[in-house]
Design a binder for this molecule. Structure first.
Ligand code: SF4
Length: 182
C-alpha cells in the first residue's frame, strides 16, 4: 500500500541522527571512503555484466513489490551530492509525498535516475536480471559491512531503514507526527 510522509514518525533521535548524517556526509574523509566502496562495487558489477533494460521498474517500489533499504549516512550523501547534479530534482516534502503516493522514488524522472552518480548502495547492486541474483546478495552484504565499518570508525549513528523514510528525516522540521512508523 502506498505511504505518505504523515505516516512516518520522527522523534528526537531521528532529528539528532539526521544532523549528524548530514555533517558526516559533508566530510572529505567520509565521502572518500564511501565513494571508494561504491567504486569497488561498480568494478564487481562491471565484471559480472548484468543486463539492465532501463525500464525504471526497479525504482518503482509498488510495481515491483520491493523496498529500498539504505543507511541514513548514504541518504544524506545523496541529498548533498544531488545539488551538484544538473537537472536533479529538489527534495521537498511535496516531492517526497508525491513519490510516496505513487510508490516510487522522488529522484526518478521519466523512468531514469536523476541522481545516478549519487545513488545509494542498494541501487548499485540491484538488477532485475535473474542471473544477477546469484551474486548480488553476497556483494551487497560485503559492501554493507564496509559501510557499517565506516560508521563505526567515525562514530556516525547507524540506522538502516526504508529509503524514503530516511529522506524524510533529512528534511527540515517541522515534520508531521503520527503514531505510525514505517
Ligand atoms: S536513487 Fe535513483 S536508482 Fe535509486 S531508487 Fe531512486 S531513482 Fe532509482
Amino acid at each position: 500500500m502506498p505511504l505518505n510522509l504523515a505516516q512516518f514518525r520522527y522523534d528526537d533521535a531521528d532529528r539528532t541522527n539526521a544532523a549528524q548524517w548530514l555533517e558526516a556526509a559533508a566530510r572529505d574523509d567520509v565521502r572518500t571512503r564511501l565513494h571508494q566502496i561504491y567504486a569497488d562495487v561498480a568494478e564487481q558489477v562491471t565484471t559480472r555484466a548484468p543486463a539492465c533494460w532501463a525500464s525504471g521498474r526497479c525504482c518503482h517500489f509498488e510495481k515491483t513489490g520491493h523496498r529500498l533499504y539504505t543507511t541514513g549516512l548514504e541518504a544524506a550523501a545523496t541529498v548533498l551530492d544531488r545539488a551538484h547534479i544538473p537537472g536533479a530534482p529538489q527534495l521537498t516534502p511535496e516531492a517526497l509525498d508525491r513519490a510516496l503516493a505513487e510508490g516510487a522514488c522522488p529522484f526518478q524522472v521519466a523512468n531514469r535516475c536523476a541522481v545516478h552518480p549519487a545513488r545509494p548502495l542498494g541501487c548499485r547492486v540491484y538488477f532485475c536480471d535473474r542471473t544477477a541474483q546469484a551474486w548480488q546478495h553476497e556483494l551487497s552484504e560485503h559492501a554493507q559491512a564496509e559501510i557499517r565499518q565506516l560508521h563505526d570508525e567515525h562514530h556516525i549513528p547507524y540506522h538502516y531503514a526504508e529509503w524514503r523514510y530516511l529522506l524524510g528525516a533529512l528534511l527540515p522540521p517541522p515534520h508531521p507526527l503520527s503514531p505510525l512508523t514505517p
